[in-house]
Design a protein around this ligand. Sequence first.
Ligand SMILES: [Cu+2]
Length: 397
Amino acid sequence: MKSISLAALAAALLLALSPAAPAVAHVVEAGADLRVTQTFAAGEVTLVIAGVAPLRVSAQAFRPVSLDLELRSLTDGSRSTGSVRAGREPALLRPGRAGPHELRVRTGDEVSVIPFRVLVPAGAWWTMMGDGAVLALGLLLVGGVLANRMSRLLVGTASAVASVAAVVMLLKPYLPPDQQTRAEPGRPYAQGRFSTQPARPATGAEFTLTLQLADGATGRPVDDLAVHHEALVHLVVTSQDGAVFRHAHPLRTAPGVLAVRLSLPQPGRYFAHTEIERQQSGGQLLTGAFEVSGTALPFSQETVVPRLTPAAPVAGSPVTIEIGTEGAIQPWLGMPGHLIVRSQDGAHLAHAHGTQTGASALRFTLTLPDPGRYLAWAQYTEGGRLMTRHFTLKVDR
Ligand SMILES: [Cu+2]
């Protein structure tokens, strides 16, 4: 019961101290599992992180994959290790104390480093109370989330709030000290630089696509990415003609550095579009291009004929796009369906979320700004498989 009253006290403090609640609240829901999707060469893996003491880390993947995990405190260097296989029981990791941590995730020779902050280790409220700096920071970070729960507290679900308070942990990249206290409403734009290793990838050969993010004002690495739609970054790679499409979630390998291994079947020019979202800021789209050499390898792309309303879409007004599916859809990246639409010239990329309509259809609504031909890909998970269906859209004036 003591923890409940402390939680209530903390929640009350949080209400007073959380002016930036909406910006924080969209990053992650307290009490909900934290989900971070990343694309390893071994396949797409969604890490699901729950609890704090211990931290329960499980993995979901379309293919069998096993991961070695190392949780490291950046405060005192203490470590906890474990391993997890996709679809199996979670690994249990034990953070030694509150504060910034890194979770290193390794499979094969790839390592991603996910920074986050453990705010309140269970059963250590008195420690927190004694640690003024950590407490103040924790209050600012969890403010929005707990404040949302306050009304629930008032209507009597105190235990729910207490459990939230006891296990609150935000998967929140740690910020350099001078940025921690600056809760500005909008951060400068990030500058993104795409590069490939090797510089000129060949068809069928694995290469690394790297995105380096620098702060538009300071030039320093951008390391305050918020998890949005279950990933730190969403990368879409498309061949200029739209025949080849990849949607990946690069690994954070160092502050401001995101990398993913790809292999592409067709030579020519490719576009890279990346969606990022910085803490306390809006979303941003970064665009790059690169060339692939070599000879074309066989590949195929599944297509679909969508139902459009109106049948002839017009620039500047919404079009509803309905895609038939074969069976029950499972959520992917937190949504039933995703629609990615690129203008022919690669200058415009839109990402819409779909709703399931009936047993076997997905519906998307979006507005395209300019007339022209657009390339579109609908993505959803069906029967444990990720489906990608391509179609084109002609938008009239
Ligand atoms: Cu994505």
